[in-house]
Write a protein that binds this ligand. Structure first.
Ligand code: 2AL
Length: 246
């Protein structure tokens, strides 16, 4: 099967890292195709960034699903704000997974409560909105910023790992949580080491979403086109968005 992994930011280095994390957990027969938008912010660290990133996700899903090459069997949106998730579900009937949504589900099956440890403190509100949107208020016990910029994760060394470890320990203690959800796709490579050090489940949304997408596709399940996720209505888009009209 083919999984399309969309990194919503335009850092190709981060796209490569996300592809690697996805390939490490993908089944032998799963082809990982990782892309990022042709425009938009290099990193997503606020709601202004996210507005453009959502359009970039729509661009890439549209491109992949209308191309001559085979349609993806599943799509993963690999940014913790899940930008453009609902739009992508309208644009395709392949299952579409956001990494925050996937990580919240996985964490809830492993512990009674989890904490999110993320990048810039200002992004905590985005995660908080998603916790409410997805109905995880009873499971998410806290969201913690480290003030590590997203692009700094591309060159994460021992000091950054220690900082995320310390924030996670504090979150587990303060929130009485049993699991840590990593709040950025750029943290994927740190997951195994952190889990070993912390001794609790550490969930990276990229790997969780890849395995959930594989499972849904293997079960023959598709995004419902009945009602809210129906295909967009045909209409003309104007200005710079002209090519996005259905
Ligand atoms: C993210 C992420 O996963 N990618 C990105 O650019 N920003 N999330 C975050 N909380 O910083």
């Amino acid at each position: 099967m083919k999984l399309l992994i969309v990194n919503p930011n335009t850092s190709s280095a981060m796209t490569d890292g996300i592809a690697q994390a996805a390939r490490e957990v993908a089944a032998a027969g799963t082809q990982i195709v990782a892309v990022n938008p042709s425009f938009g912010p290099l990193s997503i660290e606020g709601q202004y960034d996210e507005a453009f990133a959502a359009a970039g996700v729509a661009e890439q899903v549209r491109l992949a699903c209308s191309g001559a090459e085979g349609q993806p069997d599943g799509v993963v949106i690999a940014c913790f704000g899940d930008p453009g998730l609902d739009a992508a579900r309208e644009a395709t009937d392949a299952p579409v997974l956001g990494i925050a949504e996937a990580a919240f589900h996985a964490a809830s099956m492993l512990a009674t409560g989890f904490s999110v440890v993320t990048t810039m403190t200002r992004t905590c509100i985005i995660a908080e909105h998603l916790v409410h949107k997805y109905g995880f208020e009873r499971r998410c016990r806290g969201i913690h910023g480290t003030d590590i910029p997203v692009l700094a994760l591309e060159s994460a060394g021992p000091e950054m790992l220690a900082q995320i470890e310390a924030a996670s320990r504090e979150a587990l203690r303060r929130d009485r949580s049993g699991a840590i959800v990593l709040g950025c796709a750029g943290m994927a490579a740190l997951t195994r080491e952190l889990q070993q050090r912390l001794g609790v489940p550490v969930i990276d949304g990229v790997s969780a979403a890849v395995k959930f997408a594989e499972s849904l596709a293997a079960l023959g399940l598709r995004t419902s086109k009945h009602g809210d996720y129906a295909t967009p209505l045909p209409k003309r888009y104007t200005g710079w968005a002209q090519r996005f009209g259905w």
